[in-house]
Write a protein that binds this ligand. Sequence first.
Ligand SMILES: [Zn+2]
Length: 157
Amino acid sequence: MAGDQRFIADMNVGKLAKWLRVLGYDAAFVNPISDNELVRRGLEEGRIVLTKDRGIAARRLATQGRLQVLLVPGNRVEEQLRFVVRTLDLDQRGRTFTRCIQCNVPLEAVEREAVRGLVPPYVFTTQRRFSRCLRCHKLYWPGTHWERMRERLQIEC
Ligand SMILES: [Zn+2]
């Protein structure tokens, strides 16, 4: 079932983690991280390892199928994301902007009244739906920033 995949991004495809979070996917990213640590977290946390490193894909754990590794082609993050979305048949729309892009944790919906004074007056006046990161408390709303990111994504297959 699409939507349950979790990821860990290698340093060589770090930007991918942010964009997978934009789509609402759990995508861990630690910099720096050793190959062994990357593999360990992939195994222990059931995360698909995203990397450009053929050495990791060639490890016995990966070739035996115990560790899922996806070798990511391309140098531009848009291109890389399109590849991951197509290959794993990820949901491109349903859960967009449900996760904090910085913290990789789910956002919770907040009442509009609760953000009065916490967001610019124009935003408060024009927006209806707000959500907040449980960890860093950053507020999100479907404004122009999100629209710009959505345009950049352009991942219609
Ligand atoms: Zn956060």
